[in-house]
Design a protein around this ligand. Structure first.
Ligand SMILES: Nc1ncnc2c1ncn2[C@@H]1O[C@H](COP(=O)(O)OP(=O)(O)OP(=O)(O)O)[C@@H](O)[C@H]1O
Ligand SMILES: [Mg+2]
Length: 208
């Protein structure tokens, strides 16, 4: 009950082994952080847990569904409806405005355009700007807005505050924590920032 993500005996390697026999679970309203040196496999683990990459060995369950055993259309449904992924580098449509980028996401996932959230993220005054013309930190917050508006069960965030100053970073993290509390969701965070990691309920370190 309440387990949103469960990982059993996960192993993965590219040219060299990254990790083997990882097992853990993430309950609703909980947050976990993954830390470790560059190249230790943090982003790879996040991709595996968030439907994007099939592991060499092991199983990933999201809301009790063994995701890499699902037919592809059901895997796509899980990706669209249950997970929200904040990438290390974000994927916004550069030629479009902030408003258009957010609208595309709300239409795809049939969710509301929540002006209040945009205000709290500090991006309500740049809705008409082209994404190519706003700062990296602002782009990061537009990506987060798109993700929160679709109300995912698990937020996967890969260095979500990498481009932000300390104050904005704290605000963004507070919005994420409030979101998981209110929506019975969970957070899977990858970060180099030990302070951010230590605010999570569980911290895992990948050794090289
Ligand atoms: N698609 C891929 N094909 C081959 N090798 C890959 C692939 N993706 C990642 N790797 C390799 O796997 C290792 C782990 O990469 P990963 O991106 O998971 O590290 P990371 O811990 O997130 O690092 P960073 O902190 O720099 O973001 C690296 O050596 C990387 O080059
Ligand atoms: Mg990474």
């Amino acid at each position: 009950m309440g387990t949103l993500l469960r990982v059993n005996n996960l192993s993965h390697s590219f040219e060299y082994p990254l990790f083997s026999n990882l097992s853990f679970a993430l309950e609703k309203k909980r947050s976990m952080a993954v830390i470790g040196v560059s190249g230790s496999g943090k982003s790879t683990l996040l991709h595996i847990c968030s439907t994007l990459l099939k592991p060499k060995n092991g199983e990933v369950f999201i809301s009790e569904k063994n995701i890499y055993k699902l037919p592809n259309d059901e895997l796509v449904d899980v990706r669209r409806n249950e997970v929200g992924i904040v990438f290390q580098s974000h994927f916004l449509f550069k030629g479009f405005s902030v408003r258009e980028n957010i609208e595309i996401a709300t239409i795809l996932t049939k969710s509301d355009f929540d002006k209040n959230l945009l205000e709290r993220l500090g991006i309500s005054h740049i809705l008409n700007n082209k994404v190519g013309d706003i700062s990296g930190g602002q782009q990061q917050r537009v990506s987060l807005a798109r993700i929160l508006l679709k109300k995912p069960k698990i937020i996967f965030a890969d260095e979500p505050t990498g481009n932000l100053d300390q104050k904005t970073a704290n605000e963004v993290m507070n919005i994420i924590y409030e979101y998981i509390e209110k929506n019975d969701a969970a957070l899977f965070l990858v970060t180099h920032d030990l302070n951010l990691a230590n605010n999570c309920d569980i911290v895992y370190k990948l050794e090289s």
